[in-house]
Design a protein around this ligand. Structure first.
Ligand SMILES: Cc1ncc(COP(=O)(O)O)c(C=O)c1O
Length: 379
């Protein structure tokens, strides 16, 4: 079946007990056993429940994996992936990665004996220079949040696979509709489903999609043992969001391109970072490995004061963290999402004080342009 058909039907079969076209929310913590050791497939909601099972089947299918496990946030899913490594292992992470990943690895996981280093995975020479004899995992975010750097997934996977290194890709910015990392050579895909997969900004959620039985077994062990699995109501919300993923992404993609092109021509905008523009340094890679360019972009305005004036004057674009919902959100990465990244690292990867990030929603694009035009006139 096609992507949109799978997104609507896999794991979302009508309820066998009542015929309800939408699977009900199994809002229960425990399941009555018919006899000692005999149940209907579920015993306790931390371990598993029908809403989780259905959603996990759908996500494995959409990303081309063999199994998936859903968590209470993107960070919980990412944390479980790093726990596949052991003390003494070295892990390479895209240096322009989401700030929460920098915080998790350098301030928490490092205490358990793994070694983390950050490299520009968009530059294959820099990636190869970062490799060590004990490198066991490469964690790629592409495009990166918020500088939109693109990594050639197939090229990194080829180098890594030759050395038995696990390749993980954070596919949050693209969604499986626009990018399929497993088909390009990744072993594991992670998402903050808080973003495009849910699409409606009404819960936090994450997923790890696996391709190897040993990884799947370990992640399921972590999910049920550490207890960060996604709750029934949140699984239901994400499953509902996924049904419209294909149509939403088409509109996000169209609006993202229209706004990026408009901003690039605006005299008050210094530079726009959007992989769909010919001016983007990895435009060709993006064109090759993505089905579209999505709706995340960032742009520089020349000073913190100019950025502040823009943020103070938008009305339709909402000043808020997060991204990937139907509504347009605008943010200031240096002071918001990436405040936990050390200032020298922010500077190196281009998260400057004049940088503004836009998560373009699916409103009428003329209304978004009018709002930005008005706010830019105050800069
Ligand atoms: C690319 C990316 N990965 C992971 C995360 C973390 O996800 P969550 O906020 O759902 O924990 C985020 C959050 O913004 C993100 O942008």
């Amino acid at each position: 079946m096609g992507f949109a058909t799978d997104a609507i039907h896999v794991g979302q079969e009508p309820d066998p007990a009542t015929g309800s076209i939408v699977p009900p929310i199994y809002q229960t913590s425990t399941y009555v056993q018919e006899a000692l050791g005999k149940n209907k497939g579920f015993d306790y909601a931390r371990t598993n429940h029908p809403n989780r099972k259905g959603l996990e089947r759908c996500l494995a299918k959409l990303e081309g994996g063999t199994a998936s496990y859903v968590f209470s946030s993107g960070m919980a899913a990412i944390d479980s992936i790093f726990r596949l490594t052991r003390p003494g292992d070295h892990i390479i992470i895209s240096e322009a990665v989401y700030g929460g990943v920098v915080r998790l690895t350098t301030q928490l996981l490092v205490q358990f004996g793994q070694e983390f280093s950050f490299a520009n995975t968009s530059d294959l020479d820099a990636f190869q220079k970062a490799l060590k004899p004990n490198t066991k995992m490469v964690y790629v975010e592409t495009p990166t949040n918020p500088t939109m750097m693109v990594t050639d997934i197939a090229a990194v996977a080829k180098i890594a696979r030759a050395r038995n290194i696990i390749v993980v890709v954070d596919n949050t910015f693209m969604s499986p509709y626009l990018q399929q990392p497993i088909a390009l050579g990744a072993h594991i895909v992670v998402h903050s489903m808080t973003k495009y997969l849910n699409g409606h900004s009404d819960c936090t959620a994450g997923v790890a999609v696996l391709t190897r039985a040993e990884d799947a077994e370990r992640i399921y062990f972590l999910q049920r043992s550490a207890g960060a699995g996604l709750a029934p109501m949140d699984c239901w919300l994400v499953a509902r969001g996924i049904k419209t993923l294909a149509v939403r992404m088409k509109q996000h993609d169209a609006n993202g391109m229209a706004i990026a092109q408009w901003l690039e021509k605006h005299p008050k905008v210094k530079r726009v970072f959007y992989p769909g523009l010919a001016s983007h340094p990895q435009h060709d890679v993006a064109k090759r490995q993505q089905k579209g360019f999505g709706a995340m972009l960032s742009f520089q305005l020349g000073s913190l004061e100019a950025a502040r004036r823009l943020l103070d004057n938008v009305k339709l674009c909402a000043l808020a963290e997060s991204l990937g919902g139907v509504e347009t959100l605008i943010s200031h990465p240096a002071l918001m999402t990436h405040a936990s990244v050390p200032p020298e690292m922010r500077q190196r990867i281009g998260i400057t004080d004049d940088l503004v990030r836009l998560s373009v929603g699916i409103e009428d694009v003329e209304d978004l342009i009018a709002d930005l035009d008005h706010a830019l006139s105050k800069v």
